[in-house]
Write a protein that binds this ligand. Structure first.
Ligand code: F6R
Length: 265
């Protein structure tokens, strides 16, 4: 796992954008559909803004990408402003010029969410592999919405959010915890491991314990983020605040300072 410790969240956004572009553009150049995995939440927003800036100012063109979301709330009507499909449309894909038809997410409004989860897993397997998957991490170590205790081999399914996650996400619902759905459809940890490149971004002191547990703790369902230790190509991008509990922080800084140009992300 490559741990990239950077001074500011803005620096993290640039490196995440570099990593995404570095995986997606060569895949587009090879032809064929290219699947880009997207997370929602606050963590990737600066990276998404950087991708938009490059689109506007530098001609970055992601035409040909199929975007797949990590997760979706169950029970929000289609078009609800906090449904993840709407959030990603608003924050990224519309302004990138991607047709809504190439932006896919679990159907959280389906009458049968269990079946919708199975259908999404099949849709993703048929379209994949995911060339690069953007990830955040919850303050309790969740990845996607695989809360602590989730099987490390899990596939896309319905999960129940912890009260902590609902409280963390209440800020998107005007501070009203009760407005945050209790259930989600989320890619499983096994599903996420199927992506070719995982790029996890975490910023702020509130993520420091989860980052340290994921990187340096044991492989355990108690910290779902630790499953990243099993993946051969992980770029974990953290600012100094989110990395401040990493015992090997000095080594990570040293590795970054001496990175070979040919190593890429
Ligand atoms: C979002 C997702 C979640 C978030 C995590 C961190 O699609 O899957 O795992 O990445 O809850 O959320 P933020 O970035 O808002 O702190």
């Amino acid at each position: 796992m490559e741990v990239v410790l950077l001074p500011t969240p803005e620096d993290c956004g640039r490196v995440v954008a570099d990593a995404v572009v570095g995986s997606v553009l060569p895949a587009l150049a090879r032809g064929g559909p290219v699947v880009l995995g997207l997370a929602t939440g606050s963590s990737p927003l600066l990276a998404y803004r950087e991708l938009l800036r490059r689109h506007r100012e530098e001609g970055l063109d992601l035409t040909g990408v199929q975007a797949f979301l990590l997760d979706e709330y169950v029970g929000l009507p289609a078009g609800h402003p906090e449904s993840y499909r709407e959030v990603i449309r608003r924050e990224l894909t519309d302004a990138l010029g991607l047709d809504p038809a190439v932006v896919h997410g679990p159907d959280g409004a389906a009458a049968d969410p269990l079946q919708a989860a199975r259908d999404y897993e099949q849709q993703l397997l048929a379209a994949g592999p995911v060339v690069v998957q953007v990830l955040g991490i919850g303050s309790n170590g969740h990845v996607g919405f695989n809360e602590p205790g989730s099987s490390l081999a899990s596939r896309t399914r319905v999960k129940t959010l912890t009260e902590q996650t609902r409280a963390d996400n209440a800020r998107f619902f005007g501070g009203d915890v009760e407005a945050v759905p209790r259930h989600v459809i989320t890619q499983g940890l096994g599903t996420i491991l199927g992506a070719e490149h995982l790029v996890l971004v975490a910023t702020g002191e509130g993520k420091a314990a989860a980052v340290a547990a994921a990187v340096e703790g044991p492989l355990t369902a108690s910290c779902p983020g630790s499953v990243l230790q099993l993946h051969p190509h992980v770029t974990l991008v953290v600012d100094e605040a989110a990395g401040n509990r990493l015992e090997r922080a000095d080594h990570h800084r040293y590795v970054l300072a001496h990175k070979l140009a040919s190593q890429g992300w």
